[in-house]
Write a protein that binds this ligand. Structure first.
Ligand SMILES: [Zn+2]
Ligand SMILES: [Zn+2]
Length: 368
């Protein structure tokens, strides 16, 4: 199968649209015609060589499309099905077996390709580009996915925008809906109003939080947050004391905090506004893997507070992605307000617009 793909030949190189030759699906594999694919921060970190992926590679891990062809022994989907592609997991390890596939023992190996899968596409110059990034490599018109990471979805919603539900949106909304599970009427503060933070706000609204405080340093993002359910916005440029600003809204402190900003000083400041028995959910990746976070030891002990990390919003994609789509169809989860659609060929421009904040969450449409 020949098709255009965004190939990255070396670390930090721009995406190059090239014709690739995708192999036929083998046992347990599914060939998906990509309708739209989101761009996530992790794609860019991998492109820049920070996460150990091999080169040349085809990245992309928020794909949505139509099943074109299935390999032998595939029973979950058939040609014509609409699917969202979720992160890969092996289905065999202890975490997969107890329903926590996003903590799969082989998560990094299968998704970030730290031990690259041998599946690769042939390039026109005779070279090869690795496929199977997040079990899909969906920056292409066709993606070779694993049966296990295809999630069949309903057909009466616009397929091309659904891809981000497989990672970015699932990460933010799932942290709240599957992870923190705030009580109806409770209060929550979301640090960072980028795509993941905004998705956390959507999740908080679904959970019935009465007070949803968006925290960011850009007014336009706070405005977008208000438009999708935030009841308050705090601009940290104007409010040097974040804990005080939060307590001005919720004097007893907030029941939950989600960090999607990844700034240690911001987390440290927000923790001062965590209520008794409040929970802090860490979602953003720290600037380096060995970075330490300083925590108020006595306060956490004495107030029974919790600090917890979340990967992909503790989601079981097979369950959670269809749930988000049902809520979207009922207009209770308007994640489409975060999305800007670009043509696939404009991938480098889209990455730059997302970086500059001109677009919140980009989806590339293939027109396929
Ligand atoms: Zn596993
Ligand atoms: Zn992602």
């Amino acid at each position: 199968m020949k098709c255009p793909a965004a190939v990255v030949r070396t670390a930090k190189a721009p995406f190059m649209i090239e014709q690739i030759d995708v192999p036929e699906p083998a046992d347990g594999e599914v060939l998906v015609r990509i309708a739209g694919v989101g761009i996530c921060h992790t794609d860019i970190a991998s492109r820049d060589g920070l996460l150990g992926a091999p080169f040349p590679s085809v990245f992309g891990h928020e794909g949505a499309g139509v099943v074109e062809q299935v390999g032998r022994a595939v029973t979950r989907v058939t040609p014509g099905d609409h699917v969202v592609l979720a992160p890969a997991s092996d289905g065999l390890c202890e975490q997969c077996q107890i329903g926590a596939p996003m903590y799969c023992d082989r998560f990094n190996e299968l998704n970030l390709q730290t031990r690259p899968d041998t599946r690769s596409a042939r390039l026109t110059d005779g070279g090869r580009a690795f496929l199977k990034y997040f079990g899909q490599s969906s920056f292409a018109h066709f993606a070779l996915a694993n049966e296990r990471n295809t999630v069949k979805v309903r057909r009466d919603v616009p397929l091309k925008i659904l891809g981000p539900l497989g990672c970015g949106i699932q990460t933010g909304a799932g942290t709240v809906m599957n992870g923190l599970k705030p009580a109806p009427g409770s209060s929550i503060a979301i640090l960072g109003a980028g795509p993941v933070g905004l998705a956390a706000i959507l999740g908080a609204a679904v959970c019935g939080c009465a007070t949803i405080i968006a925290v960011d340093r850009v007014d336009s993002r706070l405005e977008l947050a208000r438009g999708i359910g935030a009841t308050h916005g705090i601009n940290t440029e104007n409010e040097p004391d974040l804990a005080k600003a939060i307590r001005a809204i919720v004097p007893r402190g907030v029941n939950s905090i989600v960090d999607s900003a990844g700034v240690s000083t911001l987390i440290g400041a927000a923790v001062g506004a965590l209520a008794i028995r409040g929970r802090l959910g860490l979602v953003a990746v720290p600037p380096t893997v060995d970075r330490k976070l300083e925590m108020p030891w006595f306060s956490i002990l004495n107030n029974g507070q919790r600090v917890e990390g979340f990967v992909e919003g503790n989601s079981i994609p097979d369950i959670f992605i269809p749930q988000m789509i049902d809520l979207y169809a009922q207009r209770r989860f308007p994640f489409d307000k975060l999305i800007s659609v670009y043509p696939f060929e404009a991938i480098n421009e889209a990455v730059e617009d997302q970086r500059q904040g001109k677009a919140t969450k980009v989806v590339l449409e293939t027109g396929a």
